[in-house]
Design a protein around this ligand. Structure first.
Ligand code: AMP
Length: 170
């Protein structure tokens, strides 16, 4: 199944010059969504993944669905101030300025095998921050899995040493 056909380019969203990769045509297509999850599951079903960590908010759609399929736990990473319990945090670089991501301090146990899942890998800054959160708690990043990778932004430079897979590349 050609998943690329189910991704809609929206120019100048959320701001001038950005071509936003809209995944909603894929999500509303049952065969497309199923195919994406099945392809992700195939790659990681024998990797003994204990937890999937995803970042808000579109990452939750793929991460939690894949967690059910793999039979592992799901951990949300959120922007600062959104999680109710005690958190650890990581500051990361945005195009202009910085932002903070948080995860519950008991979300990962030492030596757990953790898979990061998100919809789009762009510059890699967000994914790098999530790797740091997992490693702070003693978890091992078993891999990073994305629906879409914007290869022209060179995200793999920031994520050297990690195993990255993406179903669709631009
Ligand atoms: P980055 O930290 O640059 O890799 O950005 C990754 C996050 O921003 C992901 O969680 C994406 O959901 C979102 N994102 C960045 N660029 C795009 C884009 N062109 N289209 C859709 N989402 C994007």
């Amino acid at each position: 199944m050609n998943l690329k056909k189910l991704i809609r380019d929206v120019p100048d969203f959320p701001k001038q010059g950005i071509i936003f990769k809209d995944i909603t045509p894929l999500l509303k297509n049952p065969k497309g969504f199923k195919s994406a999850i099945n392809q992700m599951a195939k790659k990681y079903k024998d990797k003994n993944i204990d937890k999937i960590v995803s970042m808000e908010s579109r990452g939750f759609i793929f991460g939690s669905t894949l967690a059910l399929k793999l039979g592992c736990g799901f951990v949300p990473v959120r922007k600062k101030g959104k999680l109710p319990y005690k958190t650890i945090r990581e500051e990361y670089q945005l195009e202009y300025g910085t932002d903070i991501l948080e995860m519950h301090e008991d979300a990962i146990v030492k030596d757990e095998n953790v898979l990061i899942v998100d919809d789009v890998l762009a510059t890699g800054g967000t994914a790098k921050a999530v790797c740091s959160l997992i490693e702070k708690l003693g978890g091992k990043v078993a891999g990073l899995c994305f629906l879409i990778e914007l290869s022209f932004l060179n995200p793999c430079e920031k994520l050297k040493g990690y195993e990255i897979s993406s179903l669709i590349k631009y």
